[in-house]
Design a protein around this ligand. Structure first.
Ligand code: PTT
Ligand code: SF4
Length: 610
């Protein structure tokens, strides 16, 4: 096999052993890499009902066949596990030096099981791998721990870490890297913490095995040039994802006060234009020429790398309109290893619960000091943080008194930063995302608004969600490269089959990639259904209750809300297009068509397939 290394590293922390394993060509061809590998390994090897925070759980770091080659934006990696936040499949995608380094050790993925007796880190250097003592790193924030590891193992190594949040099993803990990259929103940091694994340090020096290295080099060079000539390139380099604040405010979709409203009075104070005046430097992922991490100084003069989601969830969603204060909260999340979206959502939820006197917590909208304190408590799972750190859904269930009505999540994963009172397409995207309410798979909101969203529930919205899920959730999460060249600058998708063929020697058309995406989606859905059994229902594909029942009270969209019956019809259109039954479960025929016949037989042990 070219393109793929064909090997993964097995790490059993209980036994203190590591072993390299060759994997089959069938796995590569049927599941490609990244998310595809992750779900297939979890499906085959994780016993249904396993506690995600027990030693039996699996934590997977997976690259894809394009990762690490000198091609546009190929420095990404998928981190996946059964989620302790949702109880279903969970993953995230981060850009880090650890990605190309892993590939250059001759590996494509690392699968961690067991639990180390004491705090440990894993060191992978070309052909050697070793579990080392991390007692002196445990308790350190991610910046300090990474600095120490880099001091010991060199600046060219890559490190994946957890902060105190992961150590203390906060269910909204992520994996972090490079002072500002983070991935694994559905609690992947907690899974790592439950294994007593503080970090993975990777250093690789091998040549990546390309099918046609000359062609790949030529395509890569051309790719970077094409990207630089795109119309939006210069503006992107200035604002990155932060431009979204302004247009979301204009469109009335900016998450505000725990998604009660879609406009925020102080939005201009936290938008991309304000940020531009404050930027001190930019950071990004490896192999990228459109780097988008804009760094500002926070209230204490420390660096904080901003992105749209971070700024709005820790800004407008909790009523804070000072970008340096938002920068501090963002920096704290990176240090503590908390997901900014989860944290901003939980804090907004807590502010509303306090306002409604459902919890005895001294915090209110815009309360910066209160938010800082709560972030610490969330990461250390102490005080109110012990409940709120379980995530919005679980916390609301514990608090009771109607708190679930304003818990903003799907399947337990907090919503990314798009208010959907009048965006049924984006609501469907959140509803059917394979990990809970994340925008990563089908970010249809820009299309929906630009094409006149008042044709509200047209079936073409289901088509768009499906199309984006295939491209973003299927192809990009399988090849494991950043999707921003395509979605942000219009870099043509046709380049990707060319890259893939030069890397692997395998011809795949875009349609083949879509079929691959459908296969991965069906298996992820099967995983959820296997975990939830009789508790699974189509209601799990519904967006938060608030968007149906509580109309907006401000701005041009005042009075708007989602319609339940119409949403349900749109969901059915989506199911029909996917070949899933009216419970949202792939039919037997669909599974067979997608070359998941064996998996269908296994699934039938848990649920009768249509
Ligand atoms: C991603 C989610 C996002 S999505 C953001 S900002 W975004 C938040 N970032 C966080 C952060 O930072 N620190 C922190 N402690 N928590 C954070 N939580 C939030 O996590 C990220 C970019 C971005 S910025 C996006 S959209 C794109 N995402 C991609 C993706 O998912 N797949 C892919 N093939 N390419 C992508 N390119 C873009 O990458 P999750 P990063 Mg992230 C600091 O992880 O779990 O998927 O959630 O990886 O390296 O930081 O790059 O407006
Ligand atoms: Fe990373 Fe941004 Fe470059 Fe994508 S565009 S690879 S997120 S720096």
């Amino acid at each position: 096999m070219k393109g793929w290394n064909g090997r993964l590293l097995r790490v059993d922390l209980t036994k203190g052993k590591t072993a390299v394993q060759e994997y089959s060509e069938d796995l590569a061809r049927r599941f490609l890499g990244g998310r595809g590998f992750a779900v297939k390994l979890l499906w085959d090897e994780l016993k249904p009902g396993t506690d995600p925070l027990s030693p039996d759980s699996m934590l997977i770091f997976a690259t894809g066949p394009l990762t690490g080659f000198v091609l546009p934006n190929s420095g990404k990696m998928v981190v996946a596990a059964k989620s302790p936040l949702t109880g279903g499949y969970g993953d995230g995608n981060l850009g880090t030096q650890a990605s190309p380094n892993l590939r250059k050790t001759g590996l494509d993925a690392v699968v961690v099981t067991g639990k180390a007796e004491r705090p440990s880190y894993l060191l992978i250097e070309d052909d050697s791998s070793e579990i080392r003592d991390a007692t002196d790193l445990w308790g350190l924030d991610s910046y300090k721990a990474e600095a120490k590891l880099k001091e010991d193992h060199g600046r060219t190594s890559g490190a994946l870490l957890i902060g105190p949040a992961g150590e203390n099993l906060a269910r909204i803990a992520t994996v972090v890297s490079q002072e500002g990259r983070a991935g694994g929103r559905p609690g992947m940091g907690a899974v790592m913490g439950s294994k007593n694994l503080k970090a993975i340090v990777i250093h690789g020096t091998k040549e990546l095995p390309a099918h046609d290295p000359g062609k790949l080099k030529e395509l890569g060079q051309k790719g970077y040039q094409v990207i630089m000539k795109k119309d939006n390139y210069k503006f992107w380099k200035r604002q990155g994802t932060m431009a979204t604040v302004e247009w979301c405010q204009e469109a009335g979709t900016l998450p505000t006060h725990n998604f009660r409203e879609g406009v925020f009075d102080m939005a201009p104070d936290i938008d991309g234009n304000t940020m531009e005046k404050m930027v001190t430097k930019q950071r990004g992922c490896p192999n990228c020429n459109m780097i988008c991490g804009n760094v500002i100084e926070d209230t204490e003069g420390r660096e904080s790398e901003l992105d749209y989601e971070n700024v709005t969830m820790l800004g407008s969603n909790i009523g804070i309109g000072d970008l340096r204060q938002v920068g501090t909260l963002n920096r704290m999340c990176d240090e503590l290893g908390l997901d900014t979206i989860g944290a901003g959502s939980v804090i907004g939820f807590a502010m509303e619960a306090a306002e409604k006197k459902l919890i005895d917590l001294d915090i209110s909208w815009g309360d910066y000091e209160g938010a800082k304190k709560l972030l610490e408590d969330l990461a250390y799972m102490r005080g109110h943080g012990a409940t709120l750190g379980l995530g919005t859904k679980a916390a609301a269930e514990k608090i009771g008194g109607g708190a679930s009505d304003f818990a903003i999540h799907v399947k337990g994963l907090e919503c990314s930063a798009y208010d959907c009172h009048l965006c049924p397409g984006m609501a469907l995207s959140f509803g059917t995302s394979p990990i809970g309410a994340h925008h990563k798979d089908a970010w249809v909101i820009s299309w929906e608004i630009s094409t006149g969203r008042r044709a509200e529930y047209d079936p073409d919205k289901a088509d768009k969600v499906l199309e984006f899920q295939r491209i973003r959730g299927g192809m990009f999460e399988g090849l494991v490269t950043c999707r921003f060249p395509w979605i942000e600058l219009g870099y043509e998708l046709d380049y990707y089959p060319e890259f893939f063929e030069a890397a692997t020697g395998v011809k795949m058309s875009l349609d083949d990639f879509w079929a691959l995406g459908d296969r991965v989606y069906a298996l992820i859905r099967a995983f959820w259904v296997r975990e939830f059994g009789g508790d699974w229902s189509r209601q799990m594909d519904y967006p938060p209750k608030r968007w149906f029942d509580e109309p907006l009270t401000k701005g041009a969209l005042k009075g708007e809300h989602l319609r339940r019956d119409k949403y349900d019809e749109l969901l059915q259109v989506y199911y029909d297009k996917r070949g899933w039954d009216d419970r949202g479960i792939p039919t037997k025929a669909t599974m067979e068509r997608l070359k998941l016949g064996e998996e269908a037989v296994q699934l039938e042990k848990y649920v009768k397939l249509s």
